[in-house]
Write a protein that binds this ligand. Structure first.
Ligand SMILES: O[C@H]1[C@H](O)[C@@H](O)[C@H](O)[C@@H](O)[C@H]1O
Ligand SMILES: [Fe+2]
Ligand SMILES: [Fe+2]
Length: 312
C-alpha cells in the first residue's frame, strides 16, 4: 500500500513537471511565482506545529521564544544599533574562510527559532540544496542561502559573545514607530525609543521612500553578515546582499508593513527575498544533507564570489 502511495506521489510530480516544461516557464532569470515553484512546502514543523507559531505559548520552548522577544524589544534601540554597526563594521575580530565559518556556526544555538532542531550547518545546506533544485542556474542564490545565517557567530565568545536578543530573531527598523505586525509587539512598551518623540512617528528620523539602505535595522546576524560581505568585497549580485541583509525582516516581507520606506531598487530585490524566504523557512527538516558530498560544489561558489580569507 505504502509503495503504491509513494509511487503515485512521485508519478504525479513527474507529470506536474512535464506540464511546466510544456508550458515553457522553466526560465530562471526572474523569480517564479509561488504557483509554479516545485518546492513542496510542508504544513508542519518537527514538533507537529505550524511554522512560525508564536501565539500558542504553553510549551517550554515557546515560552523561551516569547522571553527572547521581550528582551529583544526592550533593548534594541536606535543608539544601540548605531554603536553595534560602528563596532562590528570594523571587521577586526577574526580572519577565516566562509567554509570555516559554516563549521564554526555549528556551535551556535538560536533561541528565537521555534522551528529548528537541527545543527545550523544542516539548516544552511538544507536551504541551499532546496533552492538549488528549483533554481539550478542561479548559483549566487545557492551561495546566498549557504551564508545567510553565518552572522550568528556573534553569539560566540570570539565575537564578543553577544546576547541572543542582539543576534537572532526577526528584525525591524529602529528610529521610527514599531509596527504592530512585529511579533510580540506588546514588549516594545518598555523600549525607551517608544517614548521618544523623534523616534515614535510613522517616518521617525526617515523620509517616505528613502530606501532601506538609509534605514537602521535592529542589530543582528543579517546586518552583520551584510557588512562582512561588503567589507570583504563579495561580488554577489545586489539581490543576494539584500536577501542576506533583510531575510529576518518578516514585518516587511511577510506582513507587508514598512513599505513606505522602500525605494524602487528595494522593490526589485524584494521579489528575490520572497523566493528565498520559502526555502529558508520550510526546508527545515530531519532529512540531513550529506555535508562531504556537497562541499566541493559550495567551495567552488565561495571561490567565485569571495576571497579565500575574510575579515570578520
Ligand atoms: O528565529 C528566526 C531565526 O533566528 C532566523 O535565522 C531569522 O532569520 C528569523 O527571522 C528568526 O525569526
Ligand atoms: Fe536568519
Ligand atoms: Fe535561516
Amino acid at each position: 500500500m505504502t509503495v503504491l502511495v509513494e509511487h503515485y506521489v512521485s508519478d504525479s510530480r513527474i507529470e506536474e513537471k512535464k506540464t511546466k516544461e510544456e508550458r515553457g516557464d522553466g526560465g530562471f532569470m526572474v523569480p517564479k511565482s509561488k504557483e509554479t515553484d516545485e518546492f513542496d512546502a510542508p504544513d508542519i514543523n518537527f514538533l507537529g506545529h505550524s511554522f512560525r507559531d508564536y501565539e500558542n505559548g504553553e510549551s517550554e520552548r515557546q515560552q523561551g521564544v516569547e522571553e527572547f522577544y521581550r528582551m529583544q524589544h526592550i533593548h534594541q534601540t536606535y543608539d544601540f544599533v548605531k554603536d553595534m554597526r560602528k563596532e562590528y563594521g570594523k571587521v577586526n575580530k577574526m580572519e577565516m574562510s566562509i567554509w570555516e565559518c559554516c563549521e564554526l556556526l555549528n556551535n551556535v544555538v538560536d533561541e528565537s527559532d521555534p522551528d529548528l532542531d537541527e545543527p545550523q550547518i544542516q539548516h544552511l545546506l538544507q536551504t541551499a540544496e532546496a533552492i538549488r533544485k528549483d533554481y539550478p542556474n542561479e548559483d549566487w542564490l545557492h551561495l546566498t542561502a549557504l551564508i545567510h545565517d553565518l552572522g550568528k557567530v556573534l553569539l560566540l565568545p570570539e565575537f564578543g559573545g553577544l546576547p541572543q536578543w542582539a543576534v537572532v530573531g526577526d528584525t525591524f527598523p529602529v528610529g521610527c514607530t514599531f509596527d504592530p505586525a512585529n511579533i510580540h509587539h506588546k514588549y516594545f512598551k518598555e523600549n525607551p525609543d517608544n517614548n521618544t518623540p523623534k523616534y515614535n512617528t510613522k517616518n521617525g528620523v526617515y523620509s517616505e521612500g528613502c530606501g532601506l539602505d538609509n534605514v537602521l535595522m535592529s542589530w543582528g546576524h543579517d546586518d552583520y553578515m551584510y557588512l562582512v560581505a561588503k567589507e570583504n568585497g563579495a561580488t554577489l549580485p545586489h539581490a543576494g546582499l539584500f536577501i542576506i541583509r533583510y531575510h529576518s525582516f518578516y514585518p516587511l516581507h511577510k506582513a507587508g508593513t514598512y513599505t513606505h520606506l522602500m525605494n524602487d531598487e528595494d522593490r526589485e530585490d524584494l521579489k528575490w527575498l520572497h523566493v528565498f524566504n520559502k526555502y529558508d523557512l520550510y526546508s527545515k527538516s530531519k532529512v540531513h544533507v550529506d555535508v562531504e558530498q556537497v562541499k566541493p560544489y559550495y567551495i567552488s561558489l565561495i571561490n567565485k564570489y569571495f576571497p579565500a580569507k575574510l575579515k570578520w
